[in-house]
Design a protein around this ligand. Sequence first.
Ligand code: HEM
Length: 558
Amino acid sequence: HDFDYFSKQRIPTEKPVHHIVGNLWNFWKQVPLVPDFIFLSKCLPVLRSSGVLVYDSRSFEGNRPAWNIADPDLIREIGIKEFDHFTDRRIFFPLRDPTLSKMLVLLKGEEWKNVRSSVSPVFSSGKIKKMSLLMESCGEALVEQLRKAIQKSQGVVNIRDQFGAYTLNVIATCAFGTKLESLGEENDPFTRNARKFLADNPVAGTPFFIIPFVFPSLMNVGLNVMPMAPLYFFRDLIRDIMKQRKAERNERGDALDAMLEQAEKEKQEGGAEAQIVMTDDVITAQSILFFGAGFDTTAAMMTFLTYSLALHPDIQDRVHQEIEKNIQEHGGINHEMINACVYLEQVVQETLRLYPPNSRLERECTKDCIINGMEFKKGDFVFIPVNAVHSSRDYYPDPEVFDPERFSPEKKSSIVTGAFIPFGIGPRNCIGMRFALEEGKLALCHLIHSFRILKCPETPSAAGKERTSIAHIASDAINATDSKDALRKLSGKASLWTDHLCGEDTACLMPFLQVQSGRRRVDLIFSRKGVPMEWAAGVFGTVPHKKTPVKVKLESRL
Ligand code: HEM
């Protein structure tokens, strides 16, 4: 491997920490990575001028070079214009099961392209409208569930859990064609397996977790760090439901129906077995994937939106008024009604900007190419730090402020393409975006129509402030005279990842520290300083988690 790969292109590079595993060693051992801070402070001016931060990720990702791209122009080049050179993502955990390995996220090249275009019609606006009818009952069930919950706790609820149960119910209904009678009931096999499937990977935080990063080939020869039992449970469940569906031919209007319909269409159009993309295996794998990809992300969006409304009663009042007006006009909470809520859409967008559920986009270079004078080689990784881009002053004035006006019809067009990427970018963006927005907005309309959301003593301190207070620590550290020592003290055992770094903005540095460092120790470091923490899922970034309750008070409006 050419360790001067980036320096030859006059791009600053981070020095590797360990010859084989690099910084991943630190990720596991949770040792301080002070040089990272110094490296980053050197990079900042470069980053500011070019919008690109690059480091030799020999240290992070085995011996593969990785680019960190924070500049919207380049993000557009890679995500859209030069997509043919960046079609794939790295596969963390290859699944050898012939069915499960067909999940979109595990596919590359032509196979991905074929499955993606076959699955896309499942999320067409017509199909979403049908699924919306199924979601409506889940929204009503959520309100019921919340009413029960507030009776027990003087109105104070952990909305994260509540929304988790709701998204589980929606997926059960819309992807698995089954209904959860009792939201999230623990002894129900579906819920039990779902929890296992969506829980922390037990291997995370142990040395085994770095294996797929450093020795990906071992994963291909049978080593597995994923708990497989729940995946097999869902695989078998879907197969049974599919058999039943085919036999009964009774249409429910869910994603499974849409996929079966697509399979039928391909059979009629293509004829030969070999031309059918939407096979039973592909359908089964996607159903499970929708579950994994859509559960935490959507619950996060809903959690942070509700939380933001608790902190901003004026914004809440405006959303509420709009909802009531549209309920009147459209005869209830439904697909047409939520689409008429323009301000709600702004609030959703701003939530996704300030709290993007996926903090990193990833691409793998599939063909050598030169973009803006930079040489990308086949096999290079490209990382796009979503949170960093969304928190950059260059694209958002006062980025730490929750301000839905940024997305008003008048101002929206001035947002730079490539600087708002909560659902990714280009042909490999989130296939479930419309689904997520529909399910999220439906439930939020039910929630806001039925309850007033209030801040209470249990509510974590303001999200905006949280960032600011963390930013203070960061700027103290960066301005400290003996920076090395100050940083050592500050960082404790934190290792640094670049996902949340942007420009010279120290405020952005810290969420990245907060989020992307080994979780246990960072929790510790910040909680000792009285700084509230979001739960951090190691390399995967911030995802809402039951370990960090977000409590608000709900007061019935009806
Ligand atoms: C607020 C909720 C959600 C957010 C913020 C979100 C975000 C994302 C992001 C950032 C990506 C990567 C895109 C890229 O690399 O350019 C992605 C991919 C994906 N998402 Fe979502 N997602 C959400 C909900 C959902 C839902 C509900 C589903 C399914 C029903 C879903 C299914 C997928 C799938 C299958 C992919 C992989 C697409 C591919 O590789 O072709 N997501 N999502």
